[in-house]
Design a protein around this ligand. Sequence first.
Ligand SMILES: Nc1ncnc2c1ncn2[C@@H]1O[C@H](COP(=O)(O)OP(=O)(O)OP(=O)(O)O)[C@@H](O)[C@H]1O
Ligand SMILES: [Mg+2]
Length: 339
Amino acid sequence: MNIAFLYNVRHVYPDPKDYLNQVAEGDFDDPITIKWQIKHLKKLGHKIIPIEADEKAYLKLYKLKDKIDLVFNIAEGKNGRDRELQIPAMLEMLKIPYTGCSPLTQGIILDKARAKEIFILNNIPTLPFQVFHSEYDELKKELKFPLFVKPVSEGSSMGITNNSVVNNLTELKKRVKKLISNFKEAVIVEPFLTGREFSIALVGNPPKILPIIEPNHNLLPKKYLPFDSLEVKWIFEEEGANADYLVCPAIVDKKLRDKLHKICLDVWEALEIDDWCRIDIRCDEKNNPYVLEVNSPPGMIPPEVSMTSYFPLAARTAGIDYEGLLKKIIESAVKRYKK
Ligand SMILES: Nc1ncnc2c1ncn2[C@@H]1O[C@H](COP(=O)(O)OP(=O)(O)OP(=O)(O)O)[C@@H](O)[C@H]1O
Ligand SMILES: [Mg+2]
């Protein structure tokens, strides 16, 4: 097939101390990642047309629309709170088939609060929450400290650091103010969970659930609080400081596994996800799981660049190598369009 590969490339590597650089390109992929992704796609026997998902992407897609059989979309989009839906929306308009979710689903997934509203309507367990548009908004009574504060529409732990946990109103206001001023978007506040965390990758049509990943927060050095902050994802995991940090397959008893699997399938259905996604879930101290958020398109860094990229790691554990995983995503999309 002629496959156009739509991506966003990073020009600056995020610095956990520098919020503004993160805002611009935190979710984007490094040039080396893009290079290897293209190599792997080519090895599957396809002709690959790389297109950067920037302001000129529409012009290129328009020109090539009759030559493109499928778009492999890992683009995050550029500018605005709905940026992840930009490329799928262009592709819908041009009638070009593509991998992954529709514009509507992409738009909802990027906004953690909107996604949670859909979970609540569908009886999918998620934490109570409040969206703050200013530090002067009044905290709902049902939300009790300690609380967790994060930007409503970011990924890759942008804006999530040791300071994300707040213990009183003064700390909450300070954090809300800082995040709003740095990210120029609303902030979501919810209870701070300290139980087990799971990240679950799904692929296919209908979806197959890959082995569950569990970051073992007990192995984090004392200076990190027990969650996947920016520092943990970008420094600790990448340094490979502790090879046992990401457990896959996670050791879960049948009851919990069944519960997690059901939640994932319910999320897939409620959000009308296509082809692939990764669902992040965290438990309270009594092992009750709550959906934190959904990642689409999820990070997909090839093994030549990182061995800790969650989706490829879950696939490897299931005996599916990187190219096998790309093939599954492509086949899933092709099957959908054949219907
Ligand atoms: N309410 C919470 N209680 C405890 N920990 C949380 C909570 N919300 C988020 N976290 C921690 O912060 C991490 C990042 O949060 P979340 O997954 O919502 O953000 P993200 O930046 O979209 O992540 P991703 O890297 O998956 O795109 C989680 O993996 C978890 O460790
Ligand atoms: Mg996450």
